[in-house]
Design a protein around this ligand. Structure first.
Ligand SMILES: NC(=O)c1ccc[n+]([C@@H]2O[C@H](COP(=O)([O-])OP(=O)(O)OC[C@H]3O[C@@H](n4cnc5c(N)ncnc54)[C@H](OP(=O)(O)O)[C@@H]3O)[C@@H](O)[C@H]2O)c1
Length: 325
């Protein structure tokens, strides 16, 4: 058994340590009322969780798990890159790190794949024999990789949960859609949900095809809000507001609106109407949004993203189909 122990590697980017001004309160996962911090059953925390891939997403998941009562002794991560391994070790020096994917598969009740979709087949296929012998729960967070593909590459019949998280998981404010195949039992569903809840909200889907919609909504969604904040900043700057001030106000407004909506049972339309006085400034702006077809634009954008998600899934499945079936 060879746990990684090197501490060296890539330099951080110059922006790595940039933080938001203290004035801006970052939304914490705890502010989301429907993310109940469930008591994690004792047996669950005794499960051995193995990560294949220890990059950004795995690091945030591991960080979230450690904060939610899981211990390093139950977490094994296979990561080939020294720099990523050193970042993981900073979370907890007792984490078991390795470069050997088979070692992870041999010792885990749950194997979580946090690798790029393009390399999924080439990583799973060599583990097929081990996985078939050990029969762990497989969890994938890889965008566009279907349960059918994972089932085929792993030899068939294993319990598999496919998830679509989003980038705010990196700051424990993620939103994840999950889908389980028929081989997943209730205990395994609870473990999968608990793992993803460590970095934010997790919701189950009844059909795998809805993962494409989740991808188009919350998976790609952070970029939509960044675009809107960018446009608001630019518009206010054009009217003479200093760019930094415009950025801060746009950010805090987005955060405040989300927090207000999260902490209320009221639907979006009613919340919007409450800040829209007849003949006032908000109404003047909203009229422009409506006249210029914002809703149609959003519908078309979300449709385009979902279509692209389906295309990518076909591409990832097709790439490896001949060698795997
Ligand atoms: N980031 C997000 O917000 C987000 C959102 C939704 C879904 N996802 C999905 O999450 C997955 C991981 O994303 P990420 O952002 O964490 O990517 P990442 O930072 O690139 O992490 C992937 C890690 O896997 C490692 N790796 C490469 N080959 C490996 C192998 N053969 N065995 C074990 N590990 C290997 C990579 O090492 P090297 O650097 O040496 O290649 C890298 O550290 C992707 O499939 C992505 O689609 C991510």
């Amino acid at each position: 058994m060879s746990w990684l122990c090197c501490r060296q590697g890539r330099r951080r980017s110059p922006n790595h340590d940039k933080t938001l001004p203290a004035l801006i309160k970052r939304p914490k996962a705890e502010t989301i009322p429907f993310r109940h911090h469930r008591e994690t059953p004792h047996t669950m925390q005794n499960s051995q969780i193995g990560f294949i891939g220890g990059g950004n997403m795995a690091r945030s998941l591991v960080g979230g798990l450690l904060k939610n009562g899981w211990t390093a002794a139950n977490l094994t991560i296979s990561e080939p890159d020294d720099f990523n391994a050193s970042l993981l070790r900073k979370l907890d020096p007792a984490l078991k790190l390795t470069r050997d994917n088979r070692l992870v598969a041999e010792n885990a009740d749950v194997v979580l794949f946090a690798i790029k979709p393009q390399i999924f087949a080439e990583v799973v296929e060599p583990l097929r024999e081990t996985l078939q012998r050990q029969r762990p729960l497989l969890i994938s967070i890889a965008a566009g990789v279907t349960i059918n593909s994972i089932d085929r590459w792993s030899g068939g019949g294993l319990p598999i949960v496919r998830c679509m998280p989003n980038t705010p998981a990196l700051v424990e404010s993620g939103a994840t859609g999950l889908f389980a195949n028929a081989a997943v039992d209730d205990g395994q569903r609870a473990i999968a949900e608990s793992l993803l809840r460590a970095v934010g909200l997790a919701v189950w889907l009844d059909e795998e095809s809805l993962i494409d919609t989740v991808t188009a909504l919350s998976g790609s969604g952070p970029a939509y809000f960044f675009l809107l904040m960018e446009a608001l900043q630019d518009a206010a700057s054009a009217q003479g507001l200093p760019a930094d001030t415009a950025k801060l106000l746009a950010l805090q407004t987005a955060f405040g609106a989300a927090k207000l909506a999260l902490e209320s049972d009221t639907d979006f339309a009613t919340l919007r109407q409450r800040v829209t006085s007849r003949g006032g400034t908000t109404e003047a702006a909203l009229n422009v949004f409506e006249q210029q077809g914002l809703r149609d634009t959003v519908t078309a954008a979300v449709e385009a993203a979902a279509n692209r998600s389906r295309e990518l899934a076909e591409l990832f499945a097709g790439d490896n189909h001949s060698e795997s079936s």
